[in-house]
Design a protein around this ligand. Structure first.
Ligand code: ATP
Ligand code: MG
Length: 596
């Protein structure tokens, strides 16, 4: 099992060695439907094949000079009985197959979802949402189709091949020549067919993922596409992806068109009939035997025709499983460290010679500083200097490349991730709201356990109550996806309310948005002031008034802390700080009076 940031106890474990092993382990987790499916399929085919020799017997009886009517009636009853019981078996088998397929898709979906939740931020940064959606939806439904009708048909056709041949052997072993030669040629043709098909089905699935990812990206970024009038270009890009997908489909069709077994079967049926007539003329078999034999031979038609369809379904299923598995097997960088340290955070943060990069060049170099419990540490620096990056190391969104980050004197890597993260709140630059109600968004970090009073109190403290009550549905107002129906300032206040509900010991405030009118500004300042009380805070801000609250200010330049101290100290000795400070000062009128 690879590392995970999130797991639930009692989750089922599956083999991840390869798609076939994975599919098999999913099947074995559903033993009962699997068992019923196989047993009843075997039963149905045996009963159906068994009626053919009785039909032969009936022929022998009818063609006799004085047919025995009661014997004929008995045979008719037996055939009827076989058909009835066989039919019931058949229905049970089909039902079990469908049940198995549904169970397997459900389990696979659960497994994938849980696995995605457990993946690191680094992993999610790499993935394209549309591609993951394609895997979670389409590839998983292909897994279901692979079982039913795919594998169901393969089981049926294998039985439909083997059992009639066994019955033929019972009529007369000499009759086996034609069907056995056919079986060998059929197997060879099938192998060639699946080998040819394999790369095509994989390409088909990957092209579909690409198509989907492209579409998702365009729709997510539709405002950019529209505002830059790039619809035509996006349309062409989509058409290109669609063509690649179609090309794979056409290739698949071409291979299917060259499918040989039906031709083989036609030749075999002619040869078998000639052989049987010859044996009858030699009095080796009776006319009834010939009828039974040809009846059984005609049962081979089903497996031959259907395998073109069933094998491509199975191959698509395996290709899809491979894609699902490749996501699940991808190494995630962090581990939840469930057995690690747990406890209430007092709020001391220490960076010791921290170096960090997102894989390439280090973004932070040799960063060291400490924040005592309850202190506010502001981080200033030019855009791209690594301010946001620095804050992401505290809750282990990423792990340091070198050095250590300590919370309460304990390396963050030694904390149980869940305990650490649940006590650290981040209000990011880019505030994400779920397409749920305002109340649910505020209560998000604690799920169902938050009362309406508590939510309202937080909203009041965050200066959000008033505008929320201005909506028709108040706290039950649905927020559009990504909060598009709320303004920047409103979203920010919801985020503050969310943080208040969480009541974190450590707060990270990445507040670089500065385009807010002064009335709102005033409210937000008050809300933030309220939020900082009694917590250790890392504060990234462009607002002079907030910087003044800080007990300590770090000045970051290209990933290095070039100075740290109070506002007055830095003004006195740090040229870069003075420059940034002067810059802020001209951008924003000094709102120092607010909240002081
Ligand atoms: P701003 O003031 O504009 O918010 P910042 O100081 O917060 O800037 P960061 O977001 O920390 O800057 O980015 C620092 C550097 O790290 C940038 O050069 C950026 O390109 C890079 N970077 C940020 N996030 C990632 C990521 N997820 N993967 C790779 N590189 C990243
Ligand atoms: Mg930033």
């Amino acid at each position: 099992m690879s590392r995970q940031e999130f797991t639930i106890s009692g989750a089922k474990q599956y083999h991840h060695a390869g798609p076939v092993r994975w599919i098999a382990s999913h099947m074995l987790h559903n033993k009962r439907p699997l068992f019923f499916w196989i047993i009843y399929s075997i039963g149905a085919t045996i009963l159906l094949s068994a009626s053919r020799p009785f039909i032969g017997q009936a022929f022998d009886e009818v063609t006799r000079p004085h047919p025995d009517v009661s014997h004929l009636a008995r045979i008719a009853l037996i055939i009827l009985g076989l058909a009835l019981v066989g039919g019931v078996c058949d229905i049970t088998a089909r039902f079990s197959a469908e049940f198995l397929a549904d169970r397997m898709s459900r389990d696979a979906r659960d497994e994938l979802y849980l696995n995605l939740l457990g993946k690191s931020q680094t992993f999610h940064n790499r993935q394209r949402v549309g591609d993951i959606m394609a895997r979670a939806n389409d590839d998983i439904s292909l897994l279901g189709q692979m079982v039913n009708p795919g594998l169901d048909l393969i089981l049926d056709s294998t039985l439909g091949l083997v059992i009639p041949i066994i019955f033929i052997g019972f009529i007369n072993p000499q009759l086996l020549i034609a069907p056995l030669i056919f079986t060998v040629l059929y197997a060879l043709a099938l192998r060639g067919y699946t080998r040819e098909l394999d790369p095509i089905t994989t390409a088909q699935r990957n092209n579909f993922g690409l198509l989907n990812a492209g579409l998702a990206e365009t729709i997510t970024g539709i405002d950019v596409v529209k505002s830059t009038a790039q619809e035509q270009q996006e349309r062409e890009k989509y058409a290109r992806n669609a063509r690649a997908y179609r090309a794979a489909y056409v290739r698949n069709g071409q291979i299917q068109a060259r499918y040989l077994p039906p031709l083989l079967l036609a030749i075999t049926l002619v040869a078998a009939f000639a052989h049987a007539v010859f044996l009858m003329s030699q009095h080796v078999i009776s006319l009834g035997d010939l009828v039974a034999f040809m009846g059984l031979m005609s049962m081979l038609r089903f497996p031959t025709f259907i395998s073109i369809f069933s094998f491509s379904l199975v191959q698509l299923g395996i290709a899809a499983s491979g894609r699902i598995l490749s996501i699940m097997r991808e190494e995630t960088e962090l581990d939840e460290n469930a057995g690690g340290h747990r406890g209430v955070i007092k709020g001391e943060i220490a960076f010791e010679h921290v170096t960090f990069g997102y894989g390439g060049e280090p973004i932070l170099r040799d960063v060291s500083f400490t924040a005592s419990p309850g202190q506010t540490v502001a981080i200033v620096g030019q855009t791209g200097s690594g301010k946001s990056t620095l804050t992401k190391l505290v809750n282990r969104t990423y792990d340091v490349t070198a050095g250590r980050v300590l919370v309460d004197g304990i390396d963050t890597r030694d904390w149980a991730l869940e305990s650490l993260r649940s006590q650290i709140s981040t209000i990011e630059q880019d505030i994400f709201l779920f397409s749920r109600t305002i109340a649910e968004n505020i209560a998000f970090s604690r799920g169902q356990q938050v009362s309406r009073e508590e939510i309202e109190r937080a909203a009041k403290d965050a200066q959000a109550h008033e505008f929320i009550m201005g909506f028709k549905d108040g706290y039950d107002t649905l927020v559009g996806e990504r909060g598009v129906t709320l303004s920047g300032g409103q979203r920010q206040r919801l985020a503050i309310a969310r943080a208040l509900v969480t009541d974190p010991r450590i707060l990270i405030l990445d507040d670089s948005t500065s385009a807010i009118d002064s009335a709102t500004e005033d409210e937000i300042q008050r809300a933030i002031r309220r939020l900082l009380e009694g917590r250790t805070t890392l504060l990234i801000t462009h607002r002079l008034s907030q910087i003044r609250w800080a007990d300590k200010i770090l000045v970051l330049q290209q990933g290095r802390v070039i100075d740290q101290g109070t506002h007055e100290e830095l003004l006195g000795r740090c040229a870069l700080y003075r420059r940034i400070f002067a810059h802020y000062d001209t951008v924003l009128p000094d709102p120092a009076a607010i909240g002081e």
